[in-house]
Design a protein around this ligand. Structure first.
Ligand SMILES: Cc1cc2nc3c(=O)[nH]c(=O)nc-3n(C[C@H](O)[C@H](O)[C@H](O)COP(=O)(O)OP(=O)(O)OC[C@H]3O[C@@H](n4cnc5c(N)ncnc54)[C@H](O)[C@@H]3O)c2cc1C
Length: 457
Protein backbone atom coordinates (compact mmCIF):
# COMPACT_ATOMS: atom_id res chain seq x y z
CA UNK A 1 0.00 0.00 0.00
CA UNK A 2 1.35 3.43 -0.99
CA UNK A 3 0.96 6.20 1.58
CA UNK A 4 0.44 9.84 0.69
CA UNK A 5 -0.19 12.68 3.09
CA UNK A 6 -1.30 16.30 3.12
CA UNK A 7 -2.55 18.96 5.51
CA UNK A 8 -6.08 18.35 4.27
CA UNK A 9 -7.61 15.33 2.55
CA UNK A 10 -11.07 15.90 1.09
CA UNK A 11 -13.50 13.17 0.06
CA UNK A 12 -15.83 14.60 -2.61
CA UNK A 13 -15.19 17.44 -5.07
CA UNK A 14 -18.60 19.15 -5.11
CA UNK A 15 -19.42 22.67 -3.91
CA UNK A 16 -18.34 21.97 -0.34
CA UNK A 17 -15.26 19.91 -1.12
CA UNK A 18 -13.72 22.10 -3.82
CA UNK A 19 -14.38 25.35 -1.94
CA UNK A 20 -12.48 23.92 1.04
CA UNK A 21 -9.68 22.79 -1.29
CA UNK A 22 -9.23 26.17 -2.99
CA UNK A 23 -9.35 28.21 0.23
CA UNK A 24 -6.99 25.82 2.02
CA UNK A 25 -4.52 26.01 -0.85
CA UNK A 26 -4.79 29.79 -0.81
CA UNK A 27 -3.82 29.66 2.87
CA UNK A 28 -0.70 27.66 2.05
CA UNK A 29 -1.98 24.20 3.08
CA UNK A 30 -1.32 21.09 1.01
CA UNK A 31 -4.54 19.52 -0.27
CA UNK A 32 -5.54 16.16 -1.72
CA UNK A 33 -9.03 16.16 -3.24
CA UNK A 34 -10.59 12.78 -4.05
CA UNK A 35 -13.43 12.73 -6.59
CA UNK A 36 -14.93 9.68 -8.24
CA UNK A 37 -16.80 11.53 -10.97
CA UNK A 38 -16.42 15.15 -12.03
CA UNK A 39 -15.02 18.10 -10.11
CA UNK A 40 -17.95 20.43 -9.42
CA UNK A 41 -20.33 17.74 -8.21
CA UNK A 42 -24.10 17.91 -8.29
CA UNK A 43 -24.44 21.68 -8.52
CA UNK A 44 -22.38 22.13 -11.65
CA UNK A 45 -23.22 18.93 -13.51
CA UNK A 46 -26.70 17.87 -12.37
CA UNK A 47 -28.12 20.70 -10.26
CA UNK A 48 -27.96 24.48 -10.00
CA UNK A 49 -26.31 25.34 -13.29
CA UNK A 50 -28.12 23.07 -15.79
CA UNK A 51 -31.53 23.72 -14.18
CA UNK A 52 -31.03 27.46 -14.32
CA UNK A 53 -30.02 27.19 -17.98
CA UNK A 54 -33.30 25.37 -18.65
CA UNK A 55 -35.19 28.01 -16.70
CA UNK A 56 -33.58 30.73 -18.78
CA UNK A 57 -34.53 28.94 -22.01
CA UNK A 58 -38.05 28.70 -20.56
CA UNK A 59 -38.07 32.45 -19.95
CA UNK A 60 -37.00 33.09 -23.54
CA UNK A 61 -39.88 30.84 -24.71
CA UNK A 62 -42.37 32.78 -22.57
CA UNK A 63 -41.05 36.09 -23.87
CA UNK A 64 -41.42 34.91 -27.45
CA UNK A 65 -44.93 33.61 -26.79
CA UNK A 66 -46.02 36.77 -24.99
CA UNK A 67 -44.27 39.46 -27.03
CA UNK A 68 -47.61 40.86 -28.13
CA UNK A 69 -48.36 42.28 -24.68
CA UNK A 70 -45.34 44.56 -25.08
CA UNK A 71 -46.39 45.50 -28.58
CA UNK A 72 -43.72 43.31 -30.12
CA UNK A 73 -44.90 40.85 -32.73
CA UNK A 74 -43.35 37.50 -31.87
CA UNK A 75 -44.58 33.96 -32.04
CA UNK A 76 -43.10 30.90 -30.45
CA UNK A 77 -42.37 28.51 -33.25
CA UNK A 78 -41.43 25.72 -30.91
CA UNK A 79 -38.76 24.34 -28.62
CA UNK A 80 -35.75 22.68 -30.21
CA UNK A 81 -34.80 20.49 -27.26
CA UNK A 82 -31.50 19.48 -28.86
CA UNK A 83 -30.68 23.19 -29.10
CA UNK A 84 -31.72 23.79 -25.49
CA UNK A 85 -29.56 20.89 -24.31
CA UNK A 86 -26.61 22.13 -26.36
CA UNK A 87 -26.90 25.60 -24.79
CA UNK A 88 -27.15 24.05 -21.29
CA UNK A 89 -24.26 21.63 -21.83
CA UNK A 90 -22.00 24.35 -23.23
CA UNK A 91 -22.41 26.40 -20.06
CA UNK A 92 -21.66 23.40 -17.87
CA UNK A 93 -18.59 22.37 -19.85
CA UNK A 94 -17.20 25.92 -19.93
CA UNK A 95 -17.57 26.22 -16.15
CA UNK A 96 -16.13 22.72 -15.69
CA UNK A 97 -13.04 23.68 -17.67
CA UNK A 98 -12.69 26.82 -15.57
CA UNK A 99 -12.94 24.82 -12.37
CA UNK A 100 -10.31 22.31 -13.51
CA UNK A 101 -8.04 25.23 -14.34
CA UNK A 102 -8.58 26.71 -10.88
CA UNK A 103 -7.74 23.38 -9.21
CA UNK A 104 -4.49 23.31 -11.18
CA UNK A 105 -3.68 26.94 -10.40
CA UNK A 106 -4.24 26.28 -6.70
CA UNK A 107 -1.94 23.22 -6.92
CA UNK A 108 -4.60 20.97 -5.45
CA UNK A 109 -3.72 17.29 -5.93
CA UNK A 110 -6.72 15.74 -7.63
CA UNK A 111 -7.20 12.02 -7.15
CA UNK A 112 -9.69 10.37 -9.48
CA UNK A 113 -11.43 7.42 -7.89
CA UNK A 114 -13.82 6.21 -5.26
CA UNK A 115 -12.54 6.75 -1.76
CA UNK A 116 -13.33 4.83 1.40
CA UNK A 117 -12.85 6.31 4.85
CA UNK A 118 -10.74 3.75 6.72
CA UNK A 119 -10.53 5.41 10.13
CA UNK A 120 -8.26 8.02 11.68
CA UNK A 121 -7.96 10.70 9.03
CA UNK A 122 -7.28 8.31 6.14
CA UNK A 123 -9.07 7.50 2.91
CA UNK A 124 -8.17 4.64 0.60
CA UNK A 125 -8.51 4.77 -3.16
CA UNK A 126 -7.60 1.66 -5.13
CA UNK A 127 -4.76 0.52 -2.91
CA UNK A 128 -3.40 3.95 -2.03
CA UNK A 129 -3.93 5.43 1.39
CA UNK A 130 -4.26 9.20 1.68
CA UNK A 131 -3.82 10.58 5.17
CA UNK A 132 -4.49 14.16 6.15
CA UNK A 133 -3.64 16.11 9.24
CA UNK A 134 -7.34 16.80 8.75
CA UNK A 135 -10.02 14.97 6.81
CA UNK A 136 -13.11 16.55 5.27
CA UNK A 137 -16.12 14.42 4.30
CA UNK A 138 -18.09 16.04 1.46
CA UNK A 139 -19.81 13.26 -0.46
CA UNK A 140 -23.05 15.12 -1.20
CA UNK A 141 -26.51 13.73 -1.84
CA UNK A 142 -28.71 11.68 -4.15
CA UNK A 143 -32.32 11.92 -5.36
CA UNK A 144 -34.61 10.13 -2.95
CA UNK A 145 -37.73 8.25 -3.84
CA UNK A 146 -40.67 6.95 -1.79
CA UNK A 147 -41.04 3.42 -0.42
CA UNK A 148 -42.39 1.16 -3.16
CA UNK A 149 -41.69 3.71 -5.90
CA UNK A 150 -38.78 2.56 -8.01
CA UNK A 151 -36.98 4.99 -10.29
CA UNK A 152 -36.67 3.80 -13.88
CA UNK A 153 -38.41 4.03 -17.24
CA UNK A 154 -41.09 6.71 -17.06
CA UNK A 155 -40.46 7.33 -13.36
CA UNK A 156 -37.54 9.72 -13.30
CA UNK A 157 -35.53 11.90 -10.93
CA UNK A 158 -34.01 15.32 -11.63
CA UNK A 159 -30.88 13.75 -13.18
CA UNK A 160 -32.93 12.18 -15.99
CA UNK A 161 -35.22 15.20 -16.29
CA UNK A 162 -32.16 17.31 -17.09
CA UNK A 163 -31.10 15.15 -19.98
CA UNK A 164 -34.40 14.37 -21.72
CA UNK A 165 -34.04 14.51 -25.49
CA UNK A 166 -37.75 15.11 -26.06
CA UNK A 167 -40.50 17.24 -24.62
CA UNK A 168 -43.20 15.18 -22.95
CA UNK A 169 -46.87 16.11 -23.36
CA UNK A 170 -47.95 15.47 -19.81
CA UNK A 171 -45.94 15.22 -16.61
CA UNK A 172 -46.83 14.59 -12.99
CA UNK A 173 -44.33 16.10 -10.57
CA UNK A 174 -44.22 14.43 -7.19
CA UNK A 175 -43.10 17.04 -4.66
CA UNK A 176 -43.82 20.77 -4.55
CA UNK A 177 -40.49 21.83 -3.08
CA UNK A 178 -37.77 23.78 -4.91
CA UNK A 179 -36.75 21.12 -7.44
CA UNK A 180 -40.33 20.06 -8.27
CA UNK A 181 -41.53 23.63 -8.69
CA UNK A 182 -38.57 24.59 -10.90
CA UNK A 183 -39.09 21.68 -13.30
CA UNK A 184 -42.85 22.31 -13.35
CA UNK A 185 -42.13 25.89 -14.31
CA UNK A 186 -39.74 24.92 -17.12
CA UNK A 187 -42.06 22.32 -18.59
CA UNK A 188 -45.10 24.62 -18.45
CA UNK A 189 -43.13 27.22 -20.42
CA UNK A 190 -42.24 24.50 -22.94
CA UNK A 191 -45.96 23.76 -23.39
CA UNK A 192 -46.17 20.64 -21.24
CA UNK A 193 -49.33 19.88 -19.27
CA UNK A 194 -48.01 19.71 -15.67
CA UNK A 195 -49.59 18.61 -12.39
CA UNK A 196 -47.70 18.87 -9.11
CA UNK A 197 -48.64 16.56 -6.24
CA UNK A 198 -47.54 17.67 -2.76
CA UNK A 199 -48.40 15.86 0.47
CA UNK A 200 -48.03 18.99 2.60
CA UNK A 201 -50.75 21.66 2.45
CA UNK A 202 -48.88 24.07 0.18
CA UNK A 203 -46.25 24.47 -2.53
CA UNK A 204 -42.74 25.47 -1.34
CA UNK A 205 -43.78 24.40 2.17
CA UNK A 206 -40.52 25.49 3.79
CA UNK A 207 -41.17 29.11 2.80
CA UNK A 208 -43.34 31.70 4.56
CA UNK A 209 -47.04 30.97 3.92
CA UNK A 210 -47.28 34.27 2.08
CA UNK A 211 -44.79 33.05 -0.53
CA UNK A 212 -46.69 29.81 -1.09
CA UNK A 213 -49.93 31.74 -1.63
CA UNK A 214 -48.30 34.12 -4.11
CA UNK A 215 -46.64 31.29 -6.02
CA UNK A 216 -49.81 29.21 -6.11
CA UNK A 217 -51.76 32.18 -7.47
CA UNK A 218 -49.16 32.70 -10.20
CA UNK A 219 -49.09 28.99 -11.08
CA UNK A 220 -52.90 28.95 -11.32
CA UNK A 221 -52.64 31.82 -13.82
CA UNK A 222 -50.02 29.84 -15.73
CA UNK A 223 -52.34 26.82 -15.73
CA UNK A 224 -49.86 24.70 -13.80
CA UNK A 225 -52.12 22.32 -11.89
CA UNK A 226 -51.23 21.34 -8.34
CA UNK A 227 -52.77 19.12 -5.72
CA UNK A 228 -51.62 19.89 -2.20
CA UNK A 229 -52.35 18.02 1.04
CA UNK A 230 -52.70 14.80 -0.89
CA UNK A 231 -50.54 11.70 -0.61
CA UNK A 232 -49.24 9.61 -3.44
CA UNK A 233 -50.15 5.92 -3.13
CA UNK A 234 -48.60 4.28 -6.19
CA UNK A 235 -47.52 4.42 -9.83
CA UNK A 236 -47.80 1.95 -12.67
CA UNK A 237 -46.10 2.31 -16.01
CA UNK A 238 -46.29 0.65 -19.41
CA UNK A 239 -45.29 1.50 -22.97
CA UNK A 240 -47.98 4.17 -23.22
CA UNK A 241 -47.53 6.09 -20.03
CA UNK A 242 -47.51 6.19 -16.27
CA UNK A 243 -50.55 6.20 -14.09
CA UNK A 244 -50.20 7.84 -10.69
CA UNK A 245 -52.65 7.08 -7.89
CA UNK A 246 -53.40 9.38 -5.00
CA UNK A 247 -54.86 8.78 -1.56
CA UNK A 248 -57.90 10.78 -2.64
CA UNK A 249 -58.78 7.91 -5.02
CA UNK A 250 -57.84 10.02 -8.03
CA UNK A 251 -55.58 8.69 -10.79
CA UNK A 252 -53.43 10.93 -12.95
CA UNK A 253 -52.18 9.77 -16.36
CA UNK A 254 -48.93 11.16 -17.75
CA UNK A 255 -45.95 10.45 -19.99
CA UNK A 256 -43.54 10.88 -17.10
CA UNK A 257 -43.54 11.01 -13.34
CA UNK A 258 -40.80 13.23 -11.92
CA UNK A 259 -39.97 12.22 -8.37
CA UNK A 260 -38.78 15.32 -6.52
CA UNK A 261 -39.30 14.35 -2.89
CA UNK A 262 -35.97 15.53 -1.55
CA UNK A 263 -32.37 14.46 -1.44
CA UNK A 264 -30.78 11.92 0.86
CA UNK A 265 -27.22 12.12 2.22
CA UNK A 266 -24.71 10.08 0.24
CA UNK A 267 -23.03 8.47 3.23
CA UNK A 268 -23.60 4.73 2.79
CA UNK A 269 -20.83 2.47 1.55
CA UNK A 270 -17.97 4.93 2.06
CA UNK A 271 -16.76 3.50 5.39
CA UNK A 272 -18.32 6.23 7.57
CA UNK A 273 -20.32 3.89 9.76
CA UNK A 274 -17.45 1.43 10.17
CA UNK A 275 -15.10 4.27 11.13
CA UNK A 276 -17.55 5.31 13.87
CA UNK A 277 -18.83 8.61 12.41
CA UNK A 278 -21.90 9.70 14.38
CA UNK A 279 -24.86 9.85 12.03
CA UNK A 280 -28.63 10.27 12.16
CA UNK A 281 -30.93 9.12 9.37
CA UNK A 282 -27.78 8.88 7.26
CA UNK A 283 -26.73 12.50 7.85
CA UNK A 284 -23.34 13.20 9.44
CA UNK A 285 -23.80 15.08 12.70
CA UNK A 286 -21.48 18.00 13.38
CA UNK A 287 -21.25 20.82 15.88
CA UNK A 288 -21.48 24.42 14.71
CA UNK A 289 -17.78 24.31 13.80
CA UNK A 290 -18.55 21.41 11.46
CA UNK A 291 -16.58 18.91 13.54
CA UNK A 292 -17.79 15.33 13.53
CA UNK A 293 -17.42 13.20 16.67
CA UNK A 294 -14.00 11.96 15.40
CA UNK A 295 -10.83 14.01 15.99
CA UNK A 296 -9.79 16.16 12.99
CA UNK A 297 -12.62 14.82 10.85
CA UNK A 298 -15.02 17.46 9.51
CA UNK A 299 -18.09 17.36 7.25
CA UNK A 300 -19.72 19.90 4.93
CA UNK A 301 -22.50 20.25 2.38
CA UNK A 302 -25.54 18.10 1.76
CA UNK A 303 -24.43 15.31 4.13
CA UNK A 304 -24.77 17.70 7.09
CA UNK A 305 -28.36 18.30 8.28
CA UNK A 306 -29.69 21.69 7.15
CA UNK A 307 -30.30 23.53 3.90
CA UNK A 308 -29.04 21.54 0.92
CA UNK A 309 -27.73 24.46 -1.10
CA UNK A 310 -24.53 24.96 -3.05
CA UNK A 311 -23.68 28.32 -1.49
CA UNK A 312 -24.05 26.79 1.99
CA UNK A 313 -21.53 24.14 0.91
CA UNK A 314 -19.15 26.81 -0.47
CA UNK A 315 -19.28 28.80 2.76
CA UNK A 316 -18.85 25.71 4.92
CA UNK A 317 -15.87 24.67 2.79
CA UNK A 318 -14.24 28.08 3.23
CA UNK A 319 -14.99 27.87 6.94
CA UNK A 320 -13.21 24.51 7.29
CA UNK A 321 -10.11 25.72 5.48
CA UNK A 322 -9.91 28.81 7.68
CA UNK A 323 -10.62 26.79 10.81
CA UNK A 324 -7.80 24.33 10.25
CA UNK A 325 -5.48 27.17 9.25
CA UNK A 326 -6.17 28.66 12.69
CA UNK A 327 -8.07 31.76 11.53
CA UNK A 328 -10.98 31.08 13.90
CA UNK A 329 -13.75 32.03 11.42
CA UNK A 330 -17.25 32.98 12.60
CA UNK A 331 -19.71 30.08 12.75
CA UNK A 332 -22.31 30.15 9.97
CA UNK A 333 -25.87 31.23 10.86
CA UNK A 334 -28.08 28.83 8.90
CA UNK A 335 -30.97 31.33 8.88
CA UNK A 336 -28.69 33.87 7.21
CA UNK A 337 -28.25 31.66 4.15
CA UNK A 338 -30.35 32.99 1.26
CA UNK A 339 -32.80 30.62 -0.44
CA UNK A 340 -34.03 31.07 -4.00
CA UNK A 341 -36.52 29.06 -6.05
CA UNK A 342 -35.89 30.08 -9.66
CA UNK A 343 -39.34 29.39 -11.04
CA UNK A 344 -41.49 31.89 -12.95
CA UNK A 345 -42.15 33.76 -10.70
CA UNK A 346 -39.18 33.41 -8.38
CA UNK A 347 -39.37 32.95 -4.62
CA UNK A 348 -36.49 34.26 -2.52
CA UNK A 349 -36.05 34.50 1.21
CA UNK A 350 -33.59 34.91 4.05
CA UNK A 351 -34.07 34.76 7.80
CA UNK A 352 -37.17 33.59 9.62
CA UNK A 353 -40.69 33.05 8.36
CA UNK A 354 -43.40 34.95 10.23
CA UNK A 355 -44.42 31.73 12.00
CA UNK A 356 -40.83 30.95 13.07
CA UNK A 357 -40.30 34.55 14.22
CA UNK A 358 -43.48 34.37 16.34
CA UNK A 359 -42.28 31.11 17.88
CA UNK A 360 -38.99 32.76 18.72
CA UNK A 361 -40.03 36.30 19.71
CA UNK A 362 -43.72 36.01 20.61
CA UNK A 363 -46.74 37.95 19.41
CA UNK A 364 -44.92 41.32 19.20
CA UNK A 365 -43.50 40.42 15.79
CA UNK A 366 -44.61 42.87 13.09
CA UNK A 367 -44.75 42.39 9.33
CA UNK A 368 -45.19 44.56 6.30
CA UNK A 369 -45.97 43.43 2.77
CA UNK A 370 -45.25 45.67 -0.20
CA UNK A 371 -47.07 44.68 -3.38
CA UNK A 372 -45.02 44.77 -6.59
CA UNK A 373 -48.06 46.45 -8.19
CA UNK A 374 -46.57 49.65 -6.73
CA UNK A 375 -43.10 49.03 -8.18
CA UNK A 376 -42.46 50.64 -11.55
CA UNK A 377 -39.86 48.17 -12.82
CA UNK A 378 -42.03 45.18 -11.90
CA UNK A 379 -44.90 46.75 -13.80
CA UNK A 380 -42.62 47.27 -16.81
CA UNK A 381 -41.68 43.58 -16.61
CA UNK A 382 -45.36 42.74 -16.07
CA UNK A 383 -44.59 40.65 -13.05
CA UNK A 384 -46.69 40.50 -9.94
CA UNK A 385 -45.63 39.49 -6.45
CA UNK A 386 -44.62 41.17 -3.23
CA UNK A 387 -41.94 41.77 -0.63
CA UNK A 388 -42.73 40.81 2.95
CA UNK A 389 -40.65 41.88 5.93
CA UNK A 390 -40.74 40.28 9.35
CA UNK A 391 -39.47 42.39 12.26
CA UNK A 392 -38.64 41.34 15.81
CA UNK A 393 -40.34 43.32 18.61
CA UNK A 394 -38.20 46.46 19.17
CA UNK A 395 -35.57 44.68 17.10
CA UNK A 396 -34.15 44.29 13.62
CA UNK A 397 -35.65 42.80 10.48
CA UNK A 398 -35.45 39.03 11.01
CA UNK A 399 -37.05 37.76 7.82
CA UNK A 400 -37.32 38.92 4.20
CA UNK A 401 -39.55 37.07 1.73
CA UNK A 402 -39.89 37.98 -1.92
CA UNK A 403 -41.98 36.66 -4.79
CA UNK A 404 -41.87 37.89 -8.40
CA UNK A 405 -39.83 37.52 -11.55
CA UNK A 406 -36.15 38.34 -10.99
CA UNK A 407 -36.48 38.82 -7.21
CA UNK A 408 -33.74 36.21 -6.75
CA UNK A 409 -31.33 39.01 -7.62
CA UNK A 410 -32.67 41.12 -4.72
CA UNK A 411 -31.68 38.54 -2.16
CA UNK A 412 -28.14 39.97 -2.12
CA UNK A 413 -29.39 43.13 -0.43
CA UNK A 414 -31.93 41.21 1.64
CA UNK A 415 -29.24 38.98 3.11
CA UNK A 416 -27.11 41.96 4.10
CA UNK A 417 -30.12 43.45 5.89
CA UNK A 418 -30.72 40.21 7.77
CA UNK A 419 -27.10 39.32 8.49
CA UNK A 420 -26.14 42.85 9.56
CA UNK A 421 -29.19 42.86 11.83
CA UNK A 422 -30.46 46.09 10.30
CA UNK A 423 -33.46 47.93 11.68
CA UNK A 424 -35.97 49.38 9.21
CA UNK A 425 -34.63 52.81 10.26
CA UNK A 426 -31.14 51.76 9.08
CA UNK A 427 -32.38 50.83 5.63
CA UNK A 428 -34.94 53.62 5.15
CA UNK A 429 -32.35 56.36 4.39
CA UNK A 430 -30.49 54.20 1.85
CA UNK A 431 -31.21 55.24 -1.72
CA UNK A 432 -32.44 52.66 -4.23
CA UNK A 433 -32.02 53.38 -7.95
CA UNK A 434 -35.21 54.17 -9.84
CA UNK A 435 -36.75 52.31 -11.55
CA UNK A 436 -35.46 49.03 -10.15
CA UNK A 437 -37.07 46.21 -8.25
CA UNK A 438 -34.73 46.98 -5.33
CA UNK A 439 -37.01 49.94 -4.66
CA UNK A 440 -39.62 47.47 -3.42
CA UNK A 441 -37.22 46.52 -0.63
CA UNK A 442 -36.60 50.21 0.07
CA UNK A 443 -40.34 50.99 0.14
CA UNK A 444 -41.07 48.12 2.53
CA UNK A 445 -38.42 49.38 4.95
CA UNK A 446 -39.66 52.98 4.64
CA UNK A 447 -43.11 51.74 5.58
CA UNK A 448 -41.87 49.72 8.55
CA UNK A 449 -39.87 52.75 9.69
CA UNK A 450 -43.14 54.68 9.78
CA UNK A 451 -42.65 56.78 6.63
CA UNK A 452 -44.31 54.99 3.74
CA UNK A 453 -43.94 56.65 0.34
CA UNK A 454 -45.71 54.80 -2.47
CA UNK A 455 -48.17 53.07 -0.18
CA UNK A 456 -51.90 53.63 0.34
CA UNK A 457 -52.55 54.24 4.02
C1 LIG B 1 -31.86 19.61 -9.69
C2 LIG B 1 -31.10 20.36 -8.64
C3 LIG B 1 -31.07 21.74 -8.67
C4 LIG B 1 -30.37 22.44 -7.70
N1 LIG B 1 -30.35 23.80 -7.77
C5 LIG B 1 -29.67 24.50 -6.83
C6 LIG B 1 -29.59 25.92 -6.89
O1 LIG B 1 -30.14 26.54 -7.79
N2 LIG B 1 -28.89 26.57 -5.95
C7 LIG B 1 -28.28 25.90 -4.92
O2 LIG B 1 -27.67 26.55 -4.07
N3 LIG B 1 -28.32 24.56 -4.83
C8 LIG B 1 -29.00 23.85 -5.76
N4 LIG B 1 -29.00 22.48 -5.70
C9 LIG B 1 -28.31 21.82 -4.56
C10 LIG B 1 -26.81 21.73 -4.76
O3 LIG B 1 -26.54 21.08 -5.98
C11 LIG B 1 -26.19 20.97 -3.60
O4 LIG B 1 -26.56 21.58 -2.39
C12 LIG B 1 -24.67 20.96 -3.67
O5 LIG B 1 -24.23 20.38 -4.88
C13 LIG B 1 -24.10 20.18 -2.48
O6 LIG B 1 -22.71 20.18 -2.54
P1 LIG B 1 -21.86 19.03 -1.84
O7 LIG B 1 -20.44 19.43 -1.98
O8 LIG B 1 -22.40 18.73 -0.49
O9 LIG B 1 -22.18 17.71 -2.68
P2 LIG B 1 -22.12 17.35 -4.26
O10 LIG B 1 -22.16 18.57 -5.10
O11 LIG B 1 -23.16 16.33 -4.43
O12 LIG B 1 -20.68 16.73 -4.41
C14 LIG B 1 -20.30 15.53 -3.83
C15 LIG B 1 -19.21 14.92 -4.67
O13 LIG B 1 -18.66 13.81 -4.00
C16 LIG B 1 -18.35 12.80 -4.93
N5 LIG B 1 -18.29 11.54 -4.19
C17 LIG B 1 -19.27 10.94 -3.50
N6 LIG B 1 -18.83 9.82 -2.91
C18 LIG B 1 -17.53 9.70 -3.23
C19 LIG B 1 -16.52 8.77 -2.91
N7 LIG B 1 -16.74 7.71 -2.12
N8 LIG B 1 -15.29 8.95 -3.43
C20 LIG B 1 -15.03 10.01 -4.22
N9 LIG B 1 -15.93 10.94 -4.54
C21 LIG B 1 -17.18 10.79 -4.05
C22 LIG B 1 -19.49 12.88 -5.94
O14 LIG B 1 -19.12 12.32 -7.17
C23 LIG B 1 -19.72 14.39 -6.01
O15 LIG B 1 -19.01 14.98 -7.06
C24 LIG B 1 -29.68 21.75 -6.68
C25 LIG B 1 -29.69 20.34 -6.65
C26 LIG B 1 -30.38 19.65 -7.63
C27 LIG B 1 -30.36 18.16 -7.59
Amino acid sequence: MTDTSADLVILGGGSGGYAAAFRAAELGLSVILIEKDKLGGTCLHRGCIPTKALLHAAEVADTAREGEQFGVKTTLEGIDIAGVNKYKDQIVSRLYKGLQGLAKAHKVTLVEGTGTFVGGTSVEVEGTRYTGKNLLLATGSYSKTLPGLELGGRVIASEEALSLDYIPEKVVVLGGGVIGVEFASVWASFGVDVTIVEALPRLVPNEDEFASKQLERAFRRRKIAFKTGVKFTGAKQDDNGVSVSLESGETLEADLLLVAVGRGPNTAGHGYEEAGVRMERGFVLTDDRLRTNLPNVYAVGDIVPGLQLAHRGFQQGIFIAEEIAGLNPRAIDESGIPRVTYSHPEVASVGLTEAAAKDKFGAGVTTFTYDLAGNGKSQILKTSGAVKLVKAPDGPVVGLHLVGDRVGELIGEAQLIYNWEAFPEDVAPLVHAHPTQTEALGEAHLALAGKPLHVHS
